[in-house]
Design a binder for this molecule. Structure first.
Ligand code: WT7
Length: 669
């Protein structure tokens, strides 16, 4: 039994808890309007099941895997391997197919049920797809990929905006055993190129253009640019979204609508071993090069289905709306897999919360009578600021309001609860990562009491540990602070970094032996509730997007005029954190607004617009130790206006640079 299991009697606080906050119980009105009742009857039932999931993981997960997923061949071994060895595997011998689980079984039972509610960028241009239509489209597209030479185990790069065809592409890949590698359609051609090469993808799927917030995005052009340096790509499948006149490379580029027409509407799903890879998703780490996080089939799907069922309390008639993009893990798990595995309707929203105006989310929720809504706090901050008059809607069906990707401030939490949810929906602040596959610390809607700002309690199978980063020892008991790790494997954890298992071990499993290290700081309060404090590594979180400072620095120094660069994240009212860059320039260059703009453009070009620094400070030199290590701590303090708290600067090779940097920051603020 875990020593900090949340069901133990809370100990008397050791330290006065900084978060004396109200506890909110699942709203009675939410229970009153529930179509039946939440999947769990009480917090005690959660505690009992949680205990079983930790002490008897094989019994717990074996039962759930057979209950929620359809296996073409049953498994015998629920779990093998260890965190120490980095060889965790689940449901060995078992065989299943992701697209069968997401589509076929619902298409047989309920062919006319809506699978996808497509809300196009323009409010009146969407459409619905039923499960039987989805099955047909997935099968036809699977044929096309096969015809292009895609085989079981091959990766396929998907560079698509938020349209139904993105989901069709995911599922077409999995149907034939191909591994999808989705690249967010906001990434630049250079980033796309790096991911295509690293994943060794030979096929890329894209659109002629994308449309978002009334603006056009030249997706095909970006793909063309990227592929100039990807000689191994043999085929590009292009979905016609806008009808723009785009150049076609003969023999390589194919129109989606012309190709799918040639094929029958059924193809048998490929039986996959539970541990066969389902997808790669690149994410940023502490070093410059993005990691291709690999998820496998059985465990990942179970994590998505389980959290969909228990965290979001999904029931048969629900209409689920996750505002995340399919280019990130949130979209993978909660636009695509969780709702489709559970056979409900999922919204695919192409646009932005601000177009045509700040009511767009609420319009969608009202129009489709959405039951669960899931979004990042950055969008909520924007909408809260826009004003409550945009939120005057009938959203009576809402039972669950999810938050994801970054800490949610108490006042935003309360606004979400009171103004959006009318105190009739439960807020679930879900903590997780690309690597965890699905929610790991989170309330269960209808069950868990919540405190604004806390992600609350661990999900089934997650055994959190707070570790003292200095000693590396686990800190037991409540009212403690440290870094967050997990001491048991769970089904949906990433299995490796594509082509770099050592990097996987060193980043997650070798930091504290026997634990999975999250990279986040966290506290556990007097009642065993978890409070996520943010990253303890060089990862910044801008609008819920994870960026590596090292990656942005690497992009900056590609510019001819830049000698050295240091990037830090600073608190930002709207985006949570913002990227600020300090650069020193080479002799013969003059600091100017035009040059600073060029530097920002450089980052947009090499990574993507979402990574662009908010400010660039051109300084004579960076604060470095004698061994040449840049002291980013000093830069963070200066930006926070804490110049009097710089700490020891005597280890700097030239302490006088500090005053010069302070001067530049003041002049440019
Ligand atoms: C990092 C993971 C997981 C989906 C989106 C981001 C931060 C995530 C929360 C939360 C506070 C959160 C962490 C984590 N984070 N959820 N509820 N409260 N912080 O996925 O890009 O893999 O980033 O996002 O710092 O490590 P990601």
């Amino acid at each position: 039994m875990a020593s900090q299991a949340p069901n133990q009697v809370p100990k008397a606080p050791v330290v006065a808890e900084a978060h004396e906050v109200d506890t909110y119980h699942p709203p009675q009105k939410m229970l009153d309007k529930h179509p039946s009742k939440p999947h769990l009857s009480s917090i005690e039932e959660y505690q009992q099941l949680y205990k079983e999931s930790i002490t008897q993981p094989e019994k717990f997960w074996g039962t759930k895997a057979r209950e929620l997923l359809s296996w073409s061949k049953d498994f015998q071994t629920v779990k093998s391997g260890s965190l120490e060895n980095g060889d965790c595997a689940w449901f060995l011998e078992g065989e299943l197919n992701a697209s069968y689980n997401c589509v076929d079984r619902h298409a047989f039972a309920n062919p006319d049920k809506v699978a996808i509610i497509y809300e196009a960028d323009e409010p009146d241009q969407g459409r619905n797809l039923t499960y039987s239509e989805l099955l047909r489209e997935v099968c036809k597209t699977a044929h096309v990929l096969k015809q292009m030479g895609v085989k079981k185990g091959d990766t396929v790069a998907i560079y698509l905006p938020m349209i139904p065809e993105a989901l069709i592409a995911f599922l077409a890949c999995s149907r034939i055993g191909a591994v999808h590698s989705v690249v967010f359609a906001g990434f630049s051609s250079d980033s796309l190129r790096d991911r295509v090469i690293d994943a060794q993808s030979k096929v890329v799927i894209t659109t002629d253009e994308g449309k978002r917030g009334g603006k056009l995005i030249g997706t095909k052009k970006i793909v063309d640019d990227a592929l100039k340096n990807c000689p191994d790509v043999t085929h590009v499948l292009v979905y016609k979204r806008t009808g723009a006149d785009v150049p076609f490379t003969k023999g390589r580029d194919w129109w989606w609508h012309e190709e799918v027409e040639k094929w029958p509407s059924y193809i048998a799903p490929e039986p996959m071993n539970s541990e066969d890879p389902l997808f790669l998703l690149y994410t940023s780490g502490s070093t410059g090069k993005p990691k291709g996080v690999m998820h496998t089939t059985g465990g990942y799907l179970l994590g998505a289905a389980m959290t969909g069922k228990y965290v979001f309390d999904i029931h048969d008639g629900d209409r689920y709306f996750c505002g995340g993009d399919v280019g990130w893990i949130t979209g993978h798990s909660y636009v695509v897999y969780a709702p489709l595995l559970l056979g409900v309707s999922t919204v695919v929203f192409e646009g932005t919360p601000a177009y045509p105006n700040f009511s767009r989310y609420w319009d969608i929720i009202e129009k489709h009578q959405i039951t669960q809504f899931y979004v990042a706090p950055t969008a909520l901050r924007l909408l809260k600021r826009a004003g409550n008059h945009f939120v005057k809607h009938n959203m009576k069906q809402l039972r669950v309001l999810g938050s994801v990707g970054e800490p949610i401030a108490a006042e935003v939490w309360k606004w979400y609860f009171e103004v959006v949810g009318q105190e009739e929906a439960q807020i679930v602040d879900t903590y997780w990562q690309t690597e965890t596959g699905s929610n790991v610390i989170t309330p269960l809607a209808g069950v868990t009491p919540t405190k604004p700002g806390s992600a609350s309690l661990p999900f089934f199978g997650i055994e959190p540990a707070i570790i003292d980063p200095v000693s590396g020892e686990e800190i037991h008991g409540n009212d403690v602070e440290g870094v967050l790790a997990f001491k048991q494997a769970w089904p949906s954890m990433a299995r490796t970094v594509w082509g770099a298992h050592k990097r996987y071990m060193d980043t997650y499993l070798n930091v504290y032996k026997g634990y999975y290290f999250t990279g986040d700081g966290a506290g556990r309060d007097h009642e065993g509730f978890y409070w996520i404090r943010g990253r303890v590594d060089d990862v910044v979180n801008v609008s819920g997007h994870r960026l590596s400072t090292a990656e942005i620095e690497a992009a900056l120094i590609e510019h001819d005029a830049i000698a050295e660069a240091a990037v830090v994240g600073v608190a930002d009212e709207l985006t949570g954190q913002a990227v600020n860059a300090f650069v020193s320039i080479k002799d013969g260059n003059e600091a100017s607004d035009a040059l600073r703009k060029e530097f920002i453009l450089q980052v947009r070009k090499s990574i993507g617009p979402f990574a662009a620094p908010k400010s660039v400070y051109v300084v004579p030199d960076l604060p470095k130790t004698r061994s040449g290590k840049i002291m980013r701590r000093i830069l963070r303090k200066i930006l926070a206006g804490e110049e009097d708290q710089l700490g020891d600067t005597s280890t700097l090779s030239d302490p006088s640079v500090v005053d010069k940097i302070i001067q530049v920051v003041h002049e440019n603020k």
